[in-house]
Structures are given as C-alpha cells and as structure tokens.
Ligand binder design. Sequence first.
Ligand SMILES: [Zn+2]
Length: 63
Amino acid sequence: MSSPWIAGVQVRNLDRGTPVADFLCGACLTHKRVTGRGKVTAFLRDNPVTAHGPHCRPAAKTT
Ligand SMILES: [Zn+2]
C-alpha cells in the first residue's frame, strides 16, 4: 500500500532507527533521498525546496 506521492519533502521513520527523507520537485520531477539521522537533519536544515530552486530545470519540449 502506497500513499499518493506529493511534491515536496516527506520524512519517515523520524522516531525510529533510520530516518528517511524524500524530496520531489513537482516541476522537474527531480527526486532525492537521504537516509540516516545526520543526513536527514542536514537535509531538512538546508531546506531542499529552496536549495533545489536554482537547479530546477523543468522538463521542456525542445522541439
Ligand atoms: Zn525542479
């Protein structure tokens, strides 16, 4: 069973052994995942949505 994927940041298992954070950009569908408490903490602190902005290249038709 899987929940609908929502653009933005999702964090799971934060209160368990190994947190997992996912980031999905709704514009270009870039997906990034980090695992581990330290990485997840840094990931969220940097705000992946903001950090991704300058690198966002929405899929554009080149024809
Ligand atoms: Zn993007």
